[in-house]
Design a protein around this ligand. Structure first.
Ligand code: C2O
Length: 477
């Protein structure tokens, strides 16, 4: 296995989008930031220097960080922020994960522009569990604000109002040619007729779940959140912020140019949403035609989103934990709560919710979406773990009848679950990674509103079951 050393300089950089130039926070002047490409088993050493005006930390989203919680990155959870002028070196090893993850700032709304991909190839000497694609490409979906995103969230916090929505969705930082002044920079994905491409799709948007499609082409899903899945074919993907999906796309259509497109799925129902579409172009060699436009589901097409999210199965039969420990909920009907289930989150309060877990606990969490303000989806992300998604459904989870829906054979393994609107999802994991791990909604606007909590997993008895000592340069408060 190799060790990869990188320098990340967080700095302000002039970035031009939608006819205007703004000072944006970037890593090494790049937007999106640098792509990290490794093999499973490799070690990353990333020296981050903060030359911006804001506090910053970097989170390696989905990397399990076994015993290296100090490298996880969420501000005020595993470290204090890297102050302007400060620096910190993140060290961690990728173990047992293959596919696509990403990294992003984990401090205020800095991640609006501070993010990039992590591509994890199979361990050296191994290959994909599917035929080797002829080419690979990366599609990172994001959002762009004309205003400074930090000012947007500061203003919203001051007034208590919902923050402004973004001004564009983006693919690899580019809004695409349906937006003003964006024609020139539209991302092109070249393909050769008859060949198959592996396309890695990341949703790095700040506050928006997104539908994704490619005109006239079938998408064969082979992985998600750096775990392989049983391949299945679909026309449309739906990704919550934080989620990744790897697809094989065969260039089996007439030589032409086809739009790759993404747009919003179910922001708060009834609340204003952005129905604009970001595009890139799948370009057959020699094709110059006007791109063919796909049709995308409507912003509130929950049926299509659910059909997609419930298609995932893991590749191998997993070890399934059996102990039921926790209910996580933002509100719960007392009639459907039985004795062994404990409430963790209720109606929002000011404070910190911490749940302690013994090393090796087999944890089941029922995530219950509620309707206190508006009916929304919540992409719930757990740090330090991958979890099995056993089932999801609408309405209130009923432990008497809904347990029959659990997939105990081949449930997908993920780090972010898209909790259906006004619905529930049940996840399980084994608490085998000591440290302090935040679980939160990956719509960043909801973190500030309180949709976050922390698990503290105790050390285990064995030598490789203990949290390492904090590095000497860990930023202090
Ligand atoms: Cu993708 Cu807590 O983060």
């Amino acid at each position: 296995a190799k060790t990869h050393n990188h320098d990340f300089v967080v700095q302000e950089t002039k970035v031009k989008k939608l006819c205007e130039t703004h000072n944006s926070i970037t890593v090494n002047g790049q937007f999106p930031g640098p792509t990290l490409e490794v093999n499973n088993g490799d070690t990353l050493v990333i020296h981050v220097t903060n030359k911006a005006r804001y506090n910053v930390t970097i989170h390696w989203h989905g990397v399990r960080q076994m015993t290296t919680a100090w490298a996880d990155g969420p501000e005020f959870i595993t470290q204090c922020p890297i102050r302007p002028g400060g620096s910190y070196t993140y060290r961690f090893t990728i173990s047992g994960q293959e596919g696509t993850l990403w990294w992003h700032a984990h401090s205020s709304w800095v991640r609006a522009t501070v993010y990039g991909a992590i591509i994890i190839h199979p361990q050296e000497g191994y290959s994909y569990p599917f035929p080797k694609p002829h080419s690979e490409s990366l599609i990172t979906l994001g959002e762009w604000w004309d205003a400074n995103p930090i000012d947007v969230i500061r203003e919203a916090t001051r007034t208590g109002a919902a923050p402004n929505v973004s001004d564009a969705y983006t693919i690899n930082g580019q809004p695409g040619d349906l937006y003003k002044c964006s024609n020139q920079d539209t991302v092109k994905v070249p393909v050769n007729s008859g060949e198959t491409s592996l396309i890695r799709v990341i949703n790095a948007a700040l506050n928006q779940q997104l539908f994704f499609t490619i005109a006239n082409h079938k998408l064969t899903v082979v992985g998600a959140d750096a775990s392989y899945v049983k391949p299945f074919t679909t026309k449309v993907l739906m990704l919550g912020p934080g989620q990744t999906t790897d697809v094989l796309v065969k260039a089996d259509q007439p030589t032409a140019r086809y739009y790759i497109a993404a747009r919003a799925y179910a922001s708060a129902q009834g609340a204003p949403f952005d129905n604009t579409t970001t595009t890139a172009i799948l370009e057959y060699k020699t094709a110059t035609s006007k791109p063919i436009m796909p049709s995308l589901p409507a912003y509130n097409d929950t049926a299509t989103a659910t059909a997609f999210t419930t298609s995932f199965k893991s590749l191998r039969k997993p070890l399934v934990p059996t102990e039921l420990i926790i209910i996580f909920s933002s509100r719960w009907d007392s009639e459907s709560t039985s004795a062994h289930q404990k409430l963790v989150l209720e109606t929002p309060i000011r404070g910190t919710k911490v749940y302690k877990l013994k090393y090796g606990s087999r944890v089941q969490i029922v995530l219950q979406g509620t309707n206190i303000f508006t009916a929304e989806n919540h992409p719930i992300h757990l740090h330090g773990y991958d979890f099995y998604i056993l089932a999801e459904g609408f309405g209130n989870f009923n432990p008497k009848t809904d347990t029959a829906k659990f997939n105990l054979e081949d449930p997908p393994l993920r780090n972010t679950v898209s909790l259906p609107v006004k619905g529930w999802a049940v996840i399980r994991f084994v608490a085998d990674n000591p440290g302090t791990w935040i679980m939160h909604c990956h719509l960043d606007v909801h973190i500030g509103w309180g949709l976050a909590m922390v698990f503290v997993v105790e050390d285990g008895p064995g030598p490789l079951q203990k949290l390492e000592q904090p590095p000497p340069d860990l930023p202090v408060c």
